[in-house]
Design a protein around this ligand. Structure first.
Ligand SMILES: [Zn+2]
Length: 414
């Protein structure tokens, strides 16, 4: 297989924030792996499949992704600094009541942010980034020295009950749809039923009849099916229904952290058989289970804030103290999940989906400017260049190409 090499640009990578214990010999060895990591990182096509954009103010002066923006963990400056070539901006439609107003709001809020992404790539910074609608686009854009921007929709709720919306979204650049979010929808059961929305444990017992139609429409168009957030039963139904490999755009491994958002080993094996990928998420509580003491301290603190016994500054200071006392997941935990997924599903089945600006961010990989640290840790653990390239983007592009190929064949048959 021809390895993809992006255009060599000036190294702007920051020194990794990892500190190593040990003598000078070990330090020299570590410096060697940092140097090696820099070279690999520069060569690899580096993609992140999940960064949230929360509102339609995105790509305006109020929320500018063209500067090193303190409000964003992913912006064009941090991406360049961290050597991140491309990102799927995920437009999340939070699950609300499924009535006329709920469907309308979800659709309109997604449309508003689709416009924002086009504003970013076509009006604000066309010289620095470009919308990619295919793997070839991604390669061409990155070779031209720009950031590739892709679009995902998080929650098929935005489709409402109108199947034709899938094509509408596709035409606006959407290349994956996460079938559900927190709460069941008309497509399938979520791994996180919402009692306040009237959810029972299971509503469809997996993928609904409408959901099957949505999956085949996505297959027909070449939109990747994202299984993050959906229930275990939905996951197996989707694998069965989809004619193309699927992705989990931002999930972890349940064997390492007992959280419903993570995939268990059986699911990882099924994903491998399907030819899909799990993009490991950098969200602390999906990587490492919170200790009950930590949860209790946080909820007590929130109560103090709610009762106005402390102000927001004191809250933040005390939160930091809690983080020191009960450490959150860090870069090593994140790479542990990569290791585990590689061990169970295989090296061709794993990638990275940070969930930045949607809750993601951990010490060591807190925003895109930290991305080299991930490669350093992979090198330190013995991953070779080819494997690191697979994890950072080649696996995802392979799946995307496969999804396009299936779509082409399906369209030929019609
Ligand atoms: Zn999510």
């Amino acid at each position: 297989m021809a390895m993809f090499f992006k255009r060599l640009t000036v190294l702007l990578l920051v020194a990794p924030a990892i500190t190593f214990a040990g003598g000078s010999r070990q330090l020299a060895a570590n410096q060697k792996s940092v140097d090696r990591a820099k070279l690999i990182h520069e060569k690899a096509l580096t993609l992140d499949t999940h960064v949230d954009i929360l509102n339609a103010k995105y790509a305006t002066e109020a929320l500018d992704p063209g500067i090193d923006n303190p409000k964003l963990k992913c912006d064009l400056v941090k991406m360049k600094k961290g050597g991140v070539d491309g990102v799927f901006l995920a437009i999340c439609a939070g699950q609300r009541k499924r009535n006329a107003e709920g469907y309308k709001n979800a659709y309109e809020s997604v449309m508003g942010r689709l416009e924002a992404v086009h504003r970013l790539t076509e009006k604000m910074y066309p010289e620095r980034c470009e919308l990619a609608g295919s793997p070839e686009d991604v390669e061409r854009i990155v070779q031209a020295g720009k950031r590739a921007i892709m679009i995902g929709i998080e929650n098929g709720f935005a489709i409402g009950k109108d199947l034709s919306n899938v094509e509408k979204f596709y035409k606006l650049g959407v290349r994956y749809i996460t079938l559900s979010h927190n709460g069941h929808n008309d497509i399938c059961d979520s791994c996180n039923p919402r009692k306040q929305l009237g959810d029972k444990e299971a509503e469809h017992n997996g993928l609904s009849k409408f959901g099957e139609k949505v999956v085949s429409e996505m297959n027909r168009l070449g939109v990747m099916v994202d299984v993050s957030h959906i229930s275990v039963k939905s996951f197996y139904d989707v694998i069965k229904a989809s004619k193309a490999p699927v992705i989990a755009s931002h999930s972890g491994c349940r064997a390492l952290a007992e959280h419903q958002r993570d995939l268990n080993d059986e699911q990882l094996k099924a994903l491998a058989k399907n030819g899909g990928v799990i993009q490991i998420v950098a969200l602390g509580r999906f990587l490492k289970q919170d200790l009950p003491q930590r949860l209790k301290s946080i909820s007590d603190l929130k109560e103090e804030l709610a009762d106005e016994r402390i102000n927001i500054k004191q809250f933040q200071k005390r939160m930091k103290e809690i983080d020191v006392k009960y450490p959150r997941a860090n870069l090593e935990d994140f790479v542990d999940h990569i290791d585990h997924a590689v061990k169970i599903a295989g090296i061709d089945q794993v990638g990275i989906g940070s969930d930045f600006d949607g809750g993601g961010g951990i010490p060591g990989f807190n925003d895109h400017s930290d991305a080299l640290n991930v490669t350093v840790e992979l090198v330190r653990r013995g991953y070779c260049e080819e494997d690191i390239c697979k994890i950072w983007g080649a696996n995802l592009l392979r799946v995307w190409r496969e999804v396009e190929k299936v779509a082409e064949e399906l369209q030929k048959r019609l």
